[in-house]
Design a protein around this ligand. Sequence first.
Ligand code: FMN
Ligand code: MN
Length: 451
Amino acid sequence: MGSPRPSFRDTVARLAREDRLLRLQKEVDARHLSALVVKADRPVLFERVRGFDLRVAGGLFWNRQRLASALGWQESELGTRFAVGVRSMIAPEIVMDAPAQEVVRTGREVDLTELPIPLLAEKDGGPYISAGVVLARSPERGLNAGVYRLMFRSRDETGIDLVTVSDLRRLYEVHLARREPLPISVSIGVHPIEILSAAYKAPPGVSEMAVAGGLHGAPVPFVQCRTVDVPAIADAEIVLEGELQPNGWTEDEGPFGEFAGMYGDLKANPVFKVTAITHRRDAIFQLLQMPWENAWLGAAATEAQVWNVLKTAGVDVVNVAVTEGSACRWSVIASIRKRAGGGKNALMAILALPDTKHAIVVDEDVDIHDPTQVEWARTFRVQADKDVIIIAGAQAKHVDPSVRPWDLEDGELPMTAKMGIDATIPEGIAPAYYDRIRHVWVDDVKLEDYQ
Ligand SMILES: Cc1cc2nc3c(=O)[nH]c(=O)nc-3n(C[C@H](O)[C@H](O)[C@H](O)COP(=O)(O)O)c2cc1C
Ligand SMILES: [Mn+2]
């Protein structure tokens, strides 16, 4: 039975049809995959990679426009559409027909060097798989999904970064305490909705793959793995099966060029032992380029959160946007229809979110996707002594060097100052003062008439 839900390769094929994909037919050196992805002005499909049988697709989520077209969504609806998906979950479904298992390699046949795993940034500790959806059984939510980077170590081993608090880390800790390995599957080359959902920090009890089902309007198809008791995404391009070893945080992992655009240090991390590699007969390896592809995958959930918190605070919100320079997370812009004092209320609501460090609120007439317009509002509608609020000592993240994480004692958490800028028209100033110039007779004159 064919599923109506498209796969990764359906997405790549659609982008090709829409002329949004660069297809490179010349043979490329795998060392140059990373550079070519960042130089291209659109996603790239590498048809031939020297020494490998697989094709490689990269750069699908590099900016807002590319993420939206990969999802098949409008750029404007990233946050609102994600919020709807979260409310209408559909549980995954086990299927019999699994393209991801057309080829099955187990035991001594497991060989990660057959995959064109790319070196992404100059100081990276090794080649990295960055587009893997990691599934693990969880007592609370049935199945947990997250995206975790995997550093190549050997034919059947990778590193995994489990330094940060996460659901997978918690599951791993439970198994580690019993000195048992944690079985996982890693699905590489899945539909953008599935990786977007896996990257989402779902609240307790919510299964990320059920969120993906809600966003698709159809269940995500699962197949039982061959060597571990965990499912994988049935129409993924490639699946790694295996176990997180109960060695704890002992092996070198990193450095790695992270999603905020800076390097994360060499870390001590656990090891993933691969027990099977399964894949489609003509598999496409997904190269997910840091930092912006990772950053944009968080944008929809962040925008959805900001919409929700503003609505809860009773703000008449018009639009919400994260900014790429803040890794689509630290800095948020919202446009609102303001009542007196509403700019400050909106700022307090946005800054209450744990990840938001800077917020700026503008009126409805400002296009929040145009940095020049936002700057114009910030310049001419702001008096810094009245319109900037600063909150000291709020929760922060280690990745921001300005919180000086190296000064922290073991287990101590970083704190940050938050800033909100109310760039709405100040109360008491007549909107007429902000009347924007319109050039004369623009509707009457056509440039073409003079060419
Ligand atoms: C491309 C990409 C790579 C990521 N790599 C890691 C990682 O290596 N370690 C980590 O802790 N989080 C990583 N994340 C963030 C997690 O996927 C995210 O926090 C997720 O919600 C974790 O899911 P879980 O808590 O359900 O396990 C990555 C996200 C993306 C989009
Ligand atoms: Mn989770």
